[in-house]
Design a protein around this ligand. Structure first.
Ligand SMILES: NC(=O)c1ccc[n+]([C@@H]2O[C@H](COP(=O)([O-])OP(=O)(O)OC[C@H]3O[C@@H](n4cnc5c(N)ncnc54)[C@H](O)[C@@H]3O)[C@@H](O)[C@H]2O)c1
Length: 262
């Protein structure tokens, strides 16, 4: 069975690259009109052009810092004007910060909570009224298994993502009868630029020999014997964003190669 999104408009934050882009491609190939929002202005426009060329779907790429209420308002207004009301929200934008809690401080925490919790709230708050009034909506937010299990060196990222899980479950209870579902996809380590950038930093800090040992240790934690690829995560997101998933709401789906079985 092929997932179809004909006639639907999807808005994807952090859609310029990584898991967001992989999801955008799947939805576009299934017939959705797609809007990519990203703080990386040039990349998001290139990605939207590539998406259109590869899928034949209507796609727009908008530069927006989703921590800014003004940017979110302006971007959503432009999406509605050019593609129609938003039926699907995929909240993928995030940053990561590898630091021990005691080496971090309030400005680190504030920035993380702003990007990873406050911004998804802003975007949801902006598109949800339209979904409720049209009695249809699909929201999928990206969290992380670090939010479910805790993870050293990712304490405030994990805390912000745990907030997203609580937000999704709570709002899912509020709007369930309006035909709007909200779910969370919680990836394990996935080969995206975000991960590659963090790994490059670690490699530089640790030196080659220690870093290679770390790579093997991480791999041993994955019963499937490999890390994730963006499409592994996008398949789960696309299913939850489809009409077929109408009886799944308020759930957290770990897509993690068996890394954790919470
Ligand atoms: N890659 C992994 O291993 C992994 C693991 C667990 C969870 N996740 C989660 O999956 C999601 C996607 O991760 P990814 O690996 O594809 O990341 P990525 O860095 O490749 O993509 C994220 C995008 O978000 C954008 N972004 C960041 N801050 C923004 C802002 N303020 N406004 C607008 N855009 C902004 C970035 O420019 C980037 O293009 C994230 O929520 C991440 O926390 C990823």
């Amino acid at each position: 069975m092929e997932l179809r999104f004909d006639g639907k408009t999807a808005l994807i934050t952090g859609g310029a690259r990584g898991i967001g882009y992989a999801t955008a491609k799947m939805l576009a190939e299934g017939g959705a009109r797609v809007a990519l929002l990203d703080i990386k202005g040039d990349l998001v426009q290139d990605s939207a052009r590539k998406l259109s060329a590869e899928s034949g779907a209507k796609a727009v790429g908008l530069k927006a810092d989703i921590t800014s209420e003004q940017d979110v308002d302006a971007a959503v207004t432009r999406v509605i004007e050019s593609l129609g009301p938003v039926d699907i929200l995929i909240s993928s934008a995030a940053i990561a910060d590898d630091k021990l809690f005691l080496d971090s401080g309030p400005s680190d925490w504030r920035r993380m909570i702003d990007v990873c919790l406050h911004a998804p709230m802003l975007c949801l708050h902006k598109v949800l009224p339209g979904m409720v009034s049209r009695r249809y909506g699909r929201v999928v937010c990206l969290a992380s298994d670090s939010a479910r299990l805790g993870q050293a060196r990712l304490s405030y990222y994990a805390a912000a993502k745990a907030g997203v899980i609580a937000l999704v479950k709570s709002v899912a209870q509020e709007v369930g009868k309006s035909g709007v579902t909200l779910n969370v996809v919680s990836p394990g380590a996935t080969n995206t630029e975000l991960r590659q950038e963090r790994e490059a930093q670690m490699r530089a800090q640790m030196g080659e020999e220690r870093y290679q040992r770390r790579v093997q240790t991480v791999l041993r934690m994955y019963p499937t014997g490999r890390l994730g690829e963006p499409d592994d995560i996008a398949w789960a997101i696309a299913f939850l964003a489809s009409e077929n998933a109408s009886w799944i709401t308020g759930q957290v789906v770990s897509v993690n190669g068996g890394f954790a079985m919470p």
